[in-house]
Design a protein around this ligand. Structure first.
Ligand SMILES: [Mg+2]
Length: 239
């Protein structure tokens, strides 16, 4: 079985990270997490803890472990925290002083990839599904463009996400694709390494907090300063 006229054996599934790769939400997630942790646990944990490359639940667990809370105590409150987090995130994404920005070249790249019958667009993000969709909508991207997705709501541990995406690709396409037909595009070392378990390739983009050299040193197949050069990025994706 195949979709779009090209046999599945030649299809490439492109899995985009969101924060630092597609957009910059100017601290919306951090403000929402801190507000809800203060409310539920009475503390935010350390103010300068790194969030990038992590799943939403992982961030909460790390912050509250550092603040001295046990995993059991955290687990008992995790669903409540995530529910409240999504409410606060929706508000923070519309904060007039911190408008989220879509990075240059992203729309052109998505359009170019979507127009090809040998590419399937997807997401691989630490965001909860609802939070991911909200962030995309706020910067003018329809989340339904992405057809094979793995979210932070699917697994707390990022390396568990590529197998989820692979399973969903199999369900969509009706057959299993080899690991090298999956490409993860992201801005952090965790994005570069998380797909190794399934043999995915990683492409690094330095629009987050890491340089192209740092991303390359973590095994990126290709690195870019940004996603402006559509043709070059598409060539790297197709391999
Ligand atoms: Mg990121």
């Amino acid at each position: 079985m195949s979709i779009g006229g090209t046999s599945n054996a030649t299809k490439t599934v492109v899995l985009f990270d969101i924060d630092g790769t597609i957009l910059w939400s100017d601290g919306a997630g951090r403000r929402a997490v801190h507000k809800v942790l203060e409310e539920v646990f009475g503390t935010t944990g350390p103010a300068n803890h790194r969030f990038d490359g992590k799943t939403d639940k992982q961030i909460v667990r790390e912050l509250m472990n550092i603040a001295g809370h046990s995993d059991e105590h955290i687990d008992a409150r995790m669903e409540q925290v995530m529910e409240r987090y999504l409410e606060e995130l929706r508000e923070e994404l519309r904060h007039p002083d911190h408008p989220p920005q879509r990075f240059g070249g992203v729309l052109e790249l998505l359009d170019a990839l979507e127009a090809r019958d040998d590419v399937v667009l997807g997401l691989l993000t630490g965001n909860l599904e609802e939070g991911a969709h909200e962030k995309l909508r706020v910067v003018g991207i329809d989340p339904t463009r992405f057809r094979v997705n793995a979210y932070g709501s699917d697994a707390e541990h990022r390396p568990d996400l590529p197998p989820v995406a692979r399973q969903r690709a199999c369900e969509l396409l009706g057959e299993s694709l080899p690991g090298e037909r999956f490409v993860v595009i992201g801005d952090t070392p965790n994005d570069m390494t998380c797909g190794r378990g399934i043999g995915a390739r990683a492409i690094g983009v330095a629009t987050g907090r890491y340089s192209t050299a740092e991303l390359a040193s973590h095994g990126a197949y290709a690195v870019f300063e940004n996603l402006h050069d559509t043709d070059a990025v598409v060539r790297a994706i197709i391999g």
